[in-house]
Write a protein that binds this ligand. Structure first.
Ligand SMILES: [Fe+2]
Length: 289
């Protein structure tokens, strides 16, 4: 084998190893997401990536934004339940101070890998707000990385739509059984209109207007498309990328394999098939197609 080819193979291995590192970190984070109905980090990553793409950002920016979105709450690993279970508005001042530390902690964890330097900075800034009212540095306007502003908006949306309070929390919550997409759309209608109203009011105040516009067009399209789909119960082998899951699927030990509202990728289908084979999730799953 010639030298150039050897270098190329080594390069591919290094890229693969880097991606696997990110994957392991996000799986670790996923195992900590007890207070969400669904996968918070995967949702934020998927929608932040799509928003960045609508905004015409470069592929390398999109990759960093997606990675930072996937890992944005890594600094919360090991946080006590008393903090994880509350919305910031419900926290005591000392709990809130502790909670705000997750940005700094996240940056400290991620900057250990030199290829994650920008990702670490985005994680550090994901609670900064356009008018300087965010944390930890009270940055404002153009001083905040656009990727951090995108992650911030998607993060607020997912919290408003899918965050579970402590009393609603139960192990292996498989979601309500949904008879049609209309039920699904109806169930979330109030929360959806509240959060979209919040974005419209706070555009240019808390959030960058171009980010709010791009994200709004994305979620409006998503909901309209979901409303046009029909719900089917398919065996895992019949699943195709692009279908949307209607329920959460957990293993018996509480690992979320795939979440409601997630768009299926090849990788997710492969893990659904694997977990169905060993009987950890049902052979048939509910999807909108
Ligand atoms: Fe956060």
């Amino acid at each position: 084998m010639d030298h150039a080819r050897q270098i190329e193979i080594l390069g591919d291995k290094l890229v693969g190893s880097f991606l696997q590192t990110i994957d392991i970190l996000s799986a670790l984070l996923g195992a900590e997401e007890r207070y969400y109905a669904g996968s918070h980090c995967r949702f934020v990553a998927e929608k932040a990536e799509e928003t960045a793409r609508i905004m015409g950002l470069s592929e390398s920016d999109i990759f960093e934004i997606r990675t930072a979105a996937l890992l944005h709450d890594i600094g919360k690993i090991g946080f006590p339940d008393i903090v994880l279970a509350k919305f910031p508005a419900e926290m005591q001042p000392d709990e809130f101070r502790f909670y705000t530390g997750h940005c700094e902690l996240g940056r400290e964890i991620l900057r250990r890998h030199h290829s994650l330097a920008t990702v670490a900075e985005l994680v550090y800034q994901h609670h900064e707000r356009f008018d300087g009212s965010g944390f930890p540095r009270h940055l404002r306007g153009g001083d905040i990385h656009i990727g951090a502003m995108i992650i911030g908006v998607v993060n607020v949306y997912h919290n408003a739509m899918y965050r579970r309070s402590k009393d609603r929390y139960q192990l292996a919550d498989t979601g309500s059984s949904v008879a049609s997409v209309n039920t699904l759309v109806d169930e979330t209608r109030t929360r959806y209109s509240q959060v979209m109203h919040h974005f419209a009011r706070k555009s240019g105040v808390l959030y960058r207007p171009d980010v709010v516009d791009a994200f709004t067009s994305l979620v409006e399209t998503d909901r309209r498309r979901l409303g046009e789909k029909i719900i089917k119960r398919l065996t895992v082998n019949q699943l195709k990328p692009g279908m949307t899951l209607i329920e959460n699927y957990y293993t018996s030990y509480g690992l979320l394999v795939a979440a409601r509202d997630e768009t299926l990728s090849d990788k997710m289908i492969a893990s659904l098939v694997r977990f169905a084979e060993i009987g950890e999730i049902p052979q048939k799953v509910l999807v909108a197609d």
